[in-house]
Write a protein that binds this ligand. Structure first.
Ligand SMILES: [Zn+2]
Length: 144
């Protein structure tokens, strides 16, 4: 049976749809970007392109663009945390930001990945380490 999945990334306002066939074993399943899906109740859902991604010419191009930004943001966030261990603590075996510290990773209107670190004063050397860690994972990017 063909199943559908929707995805609303945390990096923009797009709403994307995928189809996949659950008759195939998990290792062989392919998720295919589609422009429109029909839900079990007959409701038709159509891709929503946010203002930043209006230029995407095809559904596949849109998915590639949005996924690239989203995965880049995730890699950069992970690299940022790895590069500055003092931003993190371990709570019940899980890594978490130190209380009071925030990292907001968003794309600006020019699709530059913008990291804003709050609640902690970074030393100049730490700022450099963070800049490099983020830039190695996604460009263009800035850290504030
Ligand atoms: Zn978008």
């Amino acid at each position: 049976m063909i199943n559908t999945t929707s995805w609303q990334p945390d990096t923009c306002g797009c709403v994307l749809y995928y189809e996949w066939n659950d008759a195939l074993p998990p290792a062989s399943r392919v998720t295919t970007p589609v422009d429109q899906v029909t839900l079990a109740d007959g409701t038709v859902k159509t891709t929503v392109k946010c203002a930043a991604h209006q230029a995407a010419a095809t559904t596949t191009a849109l998915h590639t663009m949005v996924r690239g930004e989203n995965q880049g943001k995730n890699r950069a966030l992970n690299a940022a945390l790895q590069s500055l261990p003092r931003l993190q603590t371990t709570v019940n075996g899980r890594a978490e930001l130190v209380e009071g510290v925030g990292i907001n990773a968003v794309f600006d209107a020019n699709r530059t990945l913008t990291f804003v670190v709050t609640g902690i004063d970074l030393l100049p050397a730490e700022q450099s380490v963070l800049d490099a860690a983020v830039a190695a994972q996604y460009q263009p990017a800035v850290v504030r």
